[in-house]
Structure formats: C-alpha cells, structure tokens
Design a protein around this ligand. Sequence first.
Ligand code: NAD
Length: 268
Amino acid sequence: MEKYRIGVVGCAGRMGRLNLANIVNDEACELAGGTEPAGSPNLGADLGELAGLGRLGLTVGADPAELFGKSDAVIDFTLPAATVRHSELAAAKGVALVAGTTGLDAAQQAAVEAAGARTAIVQAANMSLGVNLLAMLVEQAAAALDEDYDIEVLEMHHRQKVDAPSGTALLLGRAAAAGRGVELDRVSQRTRDGFTGARRPGDIGFATLRGGDVAGDHSVIFAGPGERVELTHKATTRDVFARGALKAALWTRGRPPGLYGMRDVLGL
Ligand code: NAD
C-alpha cells in the first residue's frame, strides 16, 4: 500500500512540531510538507530541524493550497480563522483534515461542519484516548446523579494558552449536559465574579486556571449532599494529543465525507 501523505499546517507551533516528528517516525505515512502564515519567522526552516530530528530537506512554506494539493490528509492545530480556511481548502481539494484547533465561535464551527459535508474531517477538542474515555464516564455519571449533584468543570493549562475555558473543558461540559439530557448552552455558568447570588440548580460551572507549562489538567466534580465524586484526567505530555491526531489522520484513509470525532476514531 502506498504511504499516506500527511501535511501539517501550523507546523512550527507546539503541536505542529510534535505532529511533524510523529509523521516522520511512522512507517505508514510520509510527510507531505508544512506551512506557517506569511511573515512567520519560521518560513524556510527545515521541517526535520523544527521537529528535532535533524535536516530532512523539506522546508516550511506559506501556501496552504500547494500543501493540500500534495497531501492525502492535513493536520491542523492553528487558530480558529485559519482552521476555517483550511477546512474549505480540504473540501475543495477532497483532502481529509484533522482539526484540533479550539476556541471556534458558532459561525466558524458552522463553516467547518459545512466543509465536513464535502470531505472527511475529524474534529476534536482533545485527541487523547484518556480524555475521550473520561467524557464517556462523565456522561454516565451525569445520567446517574440527579440535580442534587452540582457539576463543576475545572481545568488548568500552560501560560501561553489563548482561549478559555479550554475546548476540552467544554467537551466535558457537553458530555455532562448530554448525560443530564440538557443543552450545555442553557445551563453553562462560565464566569463568577462579585455578588453572584446562590448557585442555580442544574447549572454546569467552569473554572479556569493558567500557569507554567501544564499540558492539560481537567476535573469534573459532582458535588452532592455529604459527598463528592471527582473524575480527573492529567496529560503529562502534549504528545498524547499528537499521537491521537496522527491516528485520526491515518483513520481517514478511504473514509467518506463527514464530520467525525475521536470517539469514531477510537471506536468508543
Ligand atoms: P501554538 O501557538 O504553539 O501553534 C499554533 C501555530 O499555528 C503557530 O506556529 C502559528 O504560527 C500557526 N498558525 C497560525 N495561523 C496560521 C495559518 N493561517 N496558517 C498556518 N499556520 C498558522 O499553539 P498550540 O499549543 O500548538 O495549539 C494550537 C491549537 O490547538 C489551540 O487552539 C489549542 O487549544 C489546540 N490544541 C488542541 C489539542 C487537541 O487535542 N485537540 C491539543 C493541544 C492543543
């Protein structure tokens, strides 16, 4: 079987560099190339050196259309507006996309969903096996525990993270809401400041911590009368997300158009 050609947009980012390294080290695929936006100091840099693997002879480009033209699948951990453009390119060229970017607003999410009608897109706010398993457990716990158990989602990430709450916190909040049979948007409490009054029954609360180099900690707390259940995941390395992203990219081979999630990829 021919090697699957995988490109990386945002290849000089924290996730991008890990994606480059994993693709190069996997026999099932080959690196098609990588891009960064115009003006990036990394344009022209060697992709192997960015990945910490030594020279590869492939350099960072600024033209995503060219990259999509020579890729079977592209992995995207960039910024929301860039992910929208990349999903449209993927749809136009019939290339699969793995979209890991978080913080998309409703219009940006709708654009990715529209692209998913034309090509295979795996989108997940968290690509790790552990978090996707946790989401299932949270859904079950929320279904089993009634509104006497207040649900709070707590997350901590490194100091460079630009969106809050994390996409994973929202994913876990959605899983809890699904277990309760409610829409997250109707019950989500994302900030508390000043004289807030008592907690509304049924709310799902979010709290955000930022600092240091934390790869991603998430807890979902079910606080009831006289007891608390806490379900926690801690990522000690971002490589769990990159490995999940590569697994998702390889999974798209021969897949019909559709917007898929990591539960599809992991068979959960
Ligand atoms: P980062 O800032 O280190 O990297 C982002 C890279 O994208 C940068 O190198 C930037 O120059 C590049 N970029 C921006 N616009 C671009 C464009 N138009 N074309 C090409 N490249 C472009 O950020 P990061 O820590 O790697 O995270 C990136 C995103 O991935 C964030 O939204 C983050 O929340 C998300 N993330 C998701 C998961 C997951 O499992 N789904 C895991 C970790 C991070």
